[in-house]
Structure formats: structure tokens, C-alpha cells
Design a protein around this ligand. Structure first.
Ligand SMILES: [Zn+2]
Ligand SMILES: [Zn+2]
Length: 385
């Protein structure tokens, strides 16, 4: 690997933070090109920016899509949007967590994949993940004054407009890193499904009881036992749903069974007519539309890569009073709920075991190949050392 050096930006109205030794990030330069080490000897924090020392990042399917050229990305960039880390510096006017609490150096945090302005029409409408001036960690071209843009790095520079959530010290990093993509997306999907079913807003802190749980007695089908589907199924079950999770991969089914889930091969689903169907693979949209009962809801989470269009039986949707919704990413409040779930009832489950191996950053190319291989664990972790 060659090393590139980026000079720190001039600090006008910014808080200069020199880094000795320099921060290290793995720069992705394009399809088929090995990552290069980027050394960043200092950052210039904006008024409410935050600098993070990364504890662990995990490789998500979107990172794999990017390196395989299946998802357009502006190189050079730093991949990685599932991370947990610790605050080491804050801009001159401070920063607050989603819950309003002031953040301090030393806080252990997760943060949103998106940076949102907070005042455009979409942000004001509660669609902050679709902000008119959106930026995304792990998916933004390196630019002057914002080099540390992704999680495959020793440090990440969080810009104002990032949702930041403090997380418990006791939780393993492997359970926390995926919160900012897989867990929060799963939470947003189940919350949307509950809303479409008229079941109200799920509370990550509420103790589940058969009668009061938001999804009590709901027949829930989750298609795809990757980390998003698995997490969605666990959340739905914790909220009282009667959950089936389906995946063609026996290894994924076996892992899902460790979470107490009823995991089935696609041809083995005996029931039909589900109240809520969550499609989390991107490969079973038609099956999802076929499986939903009259008055039911279909939430599509997995279709985040190009695929053949799926025929839509509009008459069945209309006559069946069926709701179909897409959910992509999540809001800051949903990230906070997802973190609260993982720090609460999620502790009872072996989520940390979804990270099957942890490699040093320098081995990122091999780690991405490993993560994309058939039968790979749901996540591969990366750390500075
Ligand atoms: Zn906005
Ligand atoms: Zn992701």
C-alpha cells in the first residue's frame, strides 16, 4: 500500500485539532483498485462538529456493493457507515446528542449514516435522511476540510447535522457498530409497519406483555435473515408479534434460531396471510406482496441495489386494502430508539456474534472479499489495530 498525505485545511472560524500521530483512513479509489492509506495530520472542526476515535466499524452490504461497482460512489472516499467510537474533540460551540444532552470528550457514541441540514422542507417534514443537501458517511468524496468521512479509519469527522447517540460502556463494540445501519433500519421498518397497521409507536424501553405490546398477535413475516432482517424479526418478536423469518441460506437460518426465531426455508412457510411482511433481502419482493393478508402492510427494506422490476398486482393491492411502504435509512429519533433497544432488551440476544471476524484496517481489501463470499458471517469488523 502506498501512503498519501493530506495537509490540514486552513482554520477560518474553525477549531483546529492536530493529530499526532496522524489519523489514518483507508481511501477507496475505485472498483478493482486496492485501498490506499490516507494520513490526516489534523482536522478543522466546525462550530458543532465532533471528532471520533473509532473503536470498531463493520462492513455492511452497501460497502460491498460500492467496491463491486453495483452502487455508484464518488471516489476517492472512505467507506464505512456502521461504527462505534469515542468523542475526542468537539467544535467551539459544542454538540448535542439526539436526546438534547450535551456531548463531552470521552463519550462513547454511534452516529447516523446521514448528515442533514435540519431546515429544508424534507428535514422539516421528518424526512431528514432525504435532506436536500444530504451527505452520507462512507459515501462522500473526500474534500478539503472533510477528509475523515467514513468508518474504515482510525477517526471520523462528524459534521453538524449528524444524529449522535450515546451508548452504554458495557455493550460489546460488535453489538453497537451495526446500530447505525442495520439496527436503525430494522427499527425504522418495524416502526413503519406498526404505524401502517394502526398499532402506534413502539417504545424500546417498554416491557413486553402479551396484551400491551405494539405488535401483539400480529402475524409477521420477515424475508431475508441478513442482519437487517434478523434484527427486524427480533424487534417484532419483542413487540409481541408472531414472527416467521425466511432465508434460503441454512447457515443464516441456523443463526436466526440462536435468537429464538422460527426460521424457515422459502418453500417451508406453511401459513399464508400475514398482517405485516418485512422484505429485507431485496430478492423476495414478489413473495412479500403475495404473502400479505387483507388489510395488511408490506414494508420494503432490502431493495437498495439495482434489480429487475417486480410485477405489481394492483387489483389485489386495492381490493385487499394493502399498504406497501419503502423505508430507507432512518431519522435521528429512530437511531436513538435502535440504540436504546440494543442497550435494553437487545442485550438478551447474541447480536455481537453477528460479527464473525475482526481484522485490522490495513487488511480492508481482504476483509471486503471475505465479507462478500458465500456463507460469510453477517458482519466482518475492522479496527485500527
Ligand atoms: Zn435538510
Ligand atoms: Zn449499511
Amino acid at each position: 500500500m502506498r501512503a498519501a498525505l493530506v495537509r490540514p485545511a486552513e482554520g477560518v472560524h474553525r477549531h483546529d485539532v492536530p493529530l499526532r500521530p496522524a489519523a489514518v483512513a483507508m481511501a477507496w479509489l475505485g472498483v478493482g483498485i486496492p485501498h490506499e492509506v490516507l494520513a490526516v495530520p489534523g482536522v478543522a472542526l466546525g462550530r458543532h462538529d465532533v471528532l471520533i476515535a473509532v473503536e470498531m466499524s463493520t462492513i455492511c452490504g452497501s460497502d460491498i456493493h460500492t467496491v463491486q461497482g453495483r452502487r455508484h460512489a464518488p471516489a476517492p472516499l472512505i467507506l464505512g457507515h456502521e461504527s462505534v467510537g469515542r468523542i475526542i474533540a468537539i467544535g467551539d460551540e459544542g454538540a448535542r446528542a439526539v436526546d438534547g444532552a450535551e456531548l463531552h470528550a470521552g463519550d462513547r457514541v454511534v452516529w447516523s449514516v446521514t448528515v442533514s441540514c435540519g431546515h429544508c422542507d424534507r428535514c422539516l417534514a421528518g424526512l431528514s435522511q432525504k435532506c436536500r443537501t444530504l451527505a452520507k458517511y462512507g459515501h462522500a468524496r473526500i474534500e478539503p476540510r472533510w477528509e475523515l468521512t467514513g468508518g474504515f479509519a482510525g477517526h471520523v469527522h462528524l459534521r453538524e447535522g449528524t444524529a449522535i447517540v450515546r451508548v452504554p460502556e458495557a455493550l460489546p463494540a460488535a453489538a453497537l457498530a451495526p446500530v447505525s445501519c442495520a439496527t436503525a433500519t430494522a427499527w425504522a421498518g418495524i416502526a413503519r409497519g406498526a404505524a401502517l397497521r394502526g398499532r402506534g409507536r413502539p417504545d424500546p424501553a417498554a416491557a413486553g406483555s402479551e396484551e400491551t405490546a405494539v405488535l401483539a398477535c400480529e402475524r409477521v413475516l420477515v424475508l431475508g435473515a441478513g442482519l437487517v432482517g434478523l434484527t427486524a424479526a427480533v424487534i417484532a418478536a419483542e413487540l409481541g408479534g408472531q414472527v416467521r423469518i425466511v432465508d434460503p441460506d441454512p447457515g443464516r437460518r441456523a443463526f436466526a434460531e440462536r435468537f429464538g426465531l422460527a426460521a424457515l426455508a422459502p418453500d417451508d412457510v406453511a401459513e399464508e396471510g400475514f398482517d405485516l411482511v418485512v422484505e429485507a433481502s431485496g430478492h423476495a419482493v414478489r413473495a412479500a406482496l403475495d404473502a400479505v393478508d387483507v388489510g395488511g402492510a408490506v414494508v420494503l427494506l432490502g431493495s437498495v441495489f439495482p434489480a429487475e422490476p417486480v410485477p405489481l398486482d394492483a387489483e389485489r393491492i386495492v381490493r385487499g386494502l394493502i399498504a406497501v411502504a419503502g423505508v430507507h435509512n432512518y431519522t435521528g429519533a429512530e437511531l436513538q430508539a435502535a440504540a436504546a433497544f440494543m442497550g435494553g432488551r437487545g442485550r438478551a440476544y447474541p447480536f455481537a456474534d453477528a460479527v464473525g471476524a475482526v481484522h485490522p484496517l490495513a487488511a480492508v481489501d481482504a476483509a471486503l472479499v471475505e465479507a462478500a463470499a458465500p456463507g460469510a458471517p453477517l458482519r466482518i469488523g475492522l479496527t485500527l489495530r
